[in-house]
Design a protein around this ligand. Sequence first.
Ligand SMILES: Nc1ncnc2c1ncn2[C@@H]1O[C@H](COP(=O)(O)OP(=O)(O)O)[C@@H](O)[C@H]1O
Ligand SMILES: [Mg+2]
Length: 600
Amino acid sequence: MTRRQEIEQAIVALETQRALLGDQVVETSLAALRQQLTEINRPEPAASPHQAERKQVTVMFADISGFTAMSEKLDPEEVRSMINACFERLGEAIDRYDGHIDKFIGDEIMALFGAPITHENDPERALRAALEMVEALEEFNRQHADIIPKPLALHFGINSGLAIAGGIGTRQRQDYSVMGDTVNLAARLEDLSEAGEILVGEATYRLTAPLFEFEALKPIKVKGKAQPVRVYRLLKAKAAPGGQIRGIEGLVSPMVGRVEEFARLHDVFNRLKSGQGGVVSIVGEAGLGKSRLVRELGQVCLQEAQATWVEGRALSYGESASYLVARDVLRNLLGLGLETSSLEGALILRSAVEQLFPDQAADIYPFLAYLLEFNLDSEAAQRIKYLEGEALHQQLLEAVRSYILACTGQSPLVIVWEDLHWADPSSLRLLETLLPSARESALLHLLIYRRPVRDSRIWEFQQKINQLMPAGHQIIELAPLNQAESGQLLDNLLGAEALPNRLKELIIAKAEGNPFYLEEVIRSLIDSQAIVRAPGNGHWMAASGLDKIKLPDSLQGVIMARIDQLDPETKRTLQIASVIGRNFPYQVLARVLDKTAAGQ
Ligand SMILES: Nc1ncnc2c1ncn2[C@@H]1O[C@H](COP(=O)(O)OP(=O)(O)O)[C@@H](O)[C@H]1O
Ligand SMILES: [Mg+2]
């Protein structure tokens, strides 16, 4: 068993002891284990000046106000311990989104999202972390109300953009950090923010606008910039579930290509309607259209109304949570919305369980309620209280399995497991126990994930499915769209007559057959007004002759996140190769690598 697997198992085991040990104990131990997991997953940051790199980062400055008032009232040792306790809590929120605490400057925290390690949604992570930090501080204030003279408050400046990342300092003492205009503007925004405010720069705003609510403020003048800079105040996360938001508002296309892949899925679905379940993996890189393909089948399912369709989604920042995806599936199966309270949810669950299991409700309800994190009544709590870790976990799995199988007795059931490459280990274990049932019931699992990197969690999971169901597992692998299909998609989105052929070719080449890339390239051309709607008929047209297309900001994270998964040596090779050009003779690369290795 690898070290990562050991830690993951320990997390699952601990999680199931929650009732016995209490939240406090479990949370503290979990935090330590999660920290270890992140460290295992995190390659070494570039630490020498030679390895400095230009990176797309999101920088957060968070300042705590109220410590001064505190130091007037408490003795220095007390103040110190309060400050540390407070930083500890705020640091947890940053850790949860895999941010990197760059430094503490007095009562200020500087944190990075996207350096040393890039995720594809660093701006989103920074904003979610900031919102959670605000909540954590409120709780901190409540808990220490009797000691602190005045509640502490946070204010933030957050900004995204290119920065130089790497070791900074003298030869003797270097710290990993980032520098550049992006950082300066984030610091400036923090200066401007008032207690409780989270101010973000325009790039952060653009990259996260579909996910959060903002208020636009008056643009500000910044030293060294001719134009005033736009500033937004973050209000809250939108109530829509997490995950990527794709597509461009107002531009739509029917599904292009994917004829054979769709036919295979449709076949499996037809068999489900006649009572035969199955397991299908839909695999491909980010943006190739996995979700879209499955959504098209979902439409068919909805129209025919002969089967039930539910989805559960893994989140990129939810890998260390417990039962996150499984809980999502169960909530959707019960028709619980995001706004459904724990109390209402418990009632709905109870009546659903009683209807399906008139005699055994008391054996099943407590475990499902526990998994869904509902408040347990005393009878249900009693059922769980004396169960030890693994035993509780087994009972949970059994309860979920029984419940889902009972549902398939009422109508064939499709469960879509979205973005499983991010799934938490306990959800994967749960899914694993559900898979074999697909053979004997009207249950179809559609598993969506990116092509597994060797030895990753999802890679091991894929191996396991193949072991569990040597015959019953189909894999549909999505390839990039071909040239003609890409052209078709572009025409569908913008209108066939819209753009000069030369520009179309540039766009298609940049997107490399990836529909998501294609959309993002178009979006960035619209944003930068390189293509505009003609005033009369509203058709799209090129505003100026372009001979080069930049890679949009929104794709940098997706691509860099993949590059950051490579080991340092491969990554370095790739960086050097990219300087030579898109294509290069092997000998040239070998020579350059030799030279740089020798420090020439
Ligand atoms: N075959 C296709 N035809 C038209 N649009 C597509 C196609 N495949 C994907 N898209 C669009 O491209 C974007 C990315 O697809 P998505 O399904 O989200 O990718 P994935 O789930 O593989 O990351 C979405 O807006 C989607 O609607
Ligand atoms: Mg998807």
